[in-house]
Design a protein around this ligand. Sequence first.
Ligand SMILES: [Mg+2]
Ligand SMILES: [Zn+2]
Length: 180
Amino acid sequence: MNKAIFIDRDGTLNYDPGYVHKVEDFKFLPGVVEGLKKLSKEFIFIIITNQSGIGRGIHTENDMHKFNEKLLNELKKEDIEIKKIYHCPHTPEEVCNCRKPSTKYIQHAAKEFNIDVKESWVIGDHPHDVEMGIKAGSKAIYLLTGHGEKHLNDLEKNNIKLNFIAENFLQAAEFITNNK
Ligand SMILES: [Mg+2]
Ligand SMILES: [Zn+2]
């Protein structure tokens, strides 16, 4: 079976000025490429992203696909492969079954890519990222990049039991590779 890292996109891999969707706004956060390279020896990568900017009419589904393409191309230049990007286009008000912290896409990915969820990790900058991972039975790391700092209190308030809080993606990757 494969072990995976389920990765959030905005504020985790790339800078997020808010509903980021323009290709020209694409920029990796520091340490991301290096961190992914470390993890790629042992894990496959799946991105799971809430894209409510689509449901809110801020940008289109196609804008998101173009942005994803840019991200995947930049990673390919570094020899890093993302198996698949799953996205939820809905707003919270739509009460869909795919928006994080829903575990729907972890379950889909587990089937599609033969993933051992218990031996896998979630990395994200929002409480709903780590919540999704823990609900699914994975291990979870919360990042202080992106929205991380801002929502740290919610994390403590909701008593979410995660494995580690990391300053950035590289620190998360080092924690994972050192704690097998
Ligand atoms: Mg995020
Ligand atoms: Zn959804």
